[in-house]
Ligand binder design. Structure first.
Ligand SMILES: [Zn+2]
Length: 333
């Protein structure tokens, strides 16, 4: 699962991506110049700006220098306006040259000012953590396909409200979590029995935030700790893989699905604490789902993990009947 070459692989992918982008860009430019040669003239003129500025800087007289710079600015603005007008007249949209990029931020180079663009980090995560199957799943399993119909409107003894009402509130919480993602630092633990939609909602949240351009790492607890163990026992891989493991700390949102299904050891306890704590310190939200009850969490994990969960996470309880069973029954009817 963890490979030393992942970083290199992604770099190579971007080499190809940016070559292709450049190709598409040149094609569009040719098309544009052919249709309207004046646009080329304007661009050539605009490209001379730095030379013009250099000339202005040499001028000794301060007033003259300022006047000259002002003139350059005015001319450039006029040229840009003329270009926009010509583009439109010839049927090209304002974003004609930008539309060709998959990521407009880094223009498919993967880097902005020598720093990895979000799209680059997400690609690393997708590869390193094998998120490719998730990408397929969230096309079908997302908020649009979520239905409250399966949740009973009957209140059970001991619960404050019906599963239907409870789920309605949870949905609202999820929506708020996504909408306020940049402003509010919120961590969530979804807990409750299997088949109540916890994983479904985890993935739906992942989808909406990925769509917003956030770096999202979705991983099941079992896979996460398997990776940590491989890392621990395969020291040769350390250099590059540490980058990859660090992504659990760097992702804008980390989702650990099905906590409690991993093999819990003192090692996994330490690793889990490291991730949870580091993300709290850097105020990066984490979403955990688990079938364990609060009592079981307390019994299985170290005291410092449990205290973080209760102190810095909102505990969200899922209850009701297994909706997967209900869905199957409904399909049969
Ligand atoms: Zn990018």
């Amino acid at each position: 699962m963890v490979s030393k070459n992942i970083y290199k692989e992604v770099l190579e992918e971007y080499e190809i991506l940016s070559i292709n982008a450049k190709k598409r860009f040149n094609e569009r430019r040719e098309l544009c110049y052919k249709k309207c040669p004046r646009i080329k003239e304007i661009e050539d003129e605009l490209n001379m700006t730095s030379v013009k500025i250099a000339k202005a800087v040499i001028k000794a007289n301060k007033l003259e220098k300022e006047k000259y710079l002002e003139e350059i600015k005015n001319i450039n603005e006029k040229l840009k306006a003329e270009k926009r007008k010509l583009m439109r007249e010839n049927g090209f949209t304002d974003s004609f040259f930008e539309d060709i990029y998959i990521c407009k931020k880094c223009k498919d180079t993967g880097f902005i000012d020598n720093k990895e663009c979000n799209c680059f980090k997400q690609k690393l995560i997708n590869k390193a953590y094998d998120m490719s199957n998730i990408a397929e799943i969230i096309k079908v399993e997302n908020f649009d396909s979520f239905s409250l119909d399966y949740y009973s409107k009957e209140k059970k003894e001991g619960e404050e409200m019906s599963p239907f009402e409870n789920m309605g509130l949870i949905l609202k919480k999820c929506t708020n979590f996504i909408e306020e993602f940049d402003e509010k630092f919120t961590n969530l633990v979804f807990y409750g029995n299997t088949g109540l939609g916890k994983t479904f909602l985890c993935r739906s949240i992942a989808k909406d935030l990925l769509d917003k351009g956030k770096i999202v790492l979705y991983i099941t607890s079992g896979n996460l700790f398997e990776m940590f163990e491989k890392q621990q026992f395969d020291k040769d891989n350390k250099d590059v893989d540490e980058n990859i493991l660090n992504l659990t700390k760097e992702a804008d949102l980390l989702i650990i699905d099905d906590l409690g299904t991993e093999f819990i050891t003192s090692f996994s306890n330490t690793e889990l604490f490291e991730i949870i704590n580091s993300r709290i310190l850097s105020r990066k939200p984490t979403l955990i789902s688990t079938n364990l009850s609060p009592e079981e969490l307390t019994a299985n994990y170290s005291r410092r993990i449990v205290s973080r969960l209760y102190g810095d996470y909102q505990m969200v309880k899922f209850y009701g009947n297994d909706i997967r069973v209900l869905k199957k029954l409904k399909d049969k009817v």
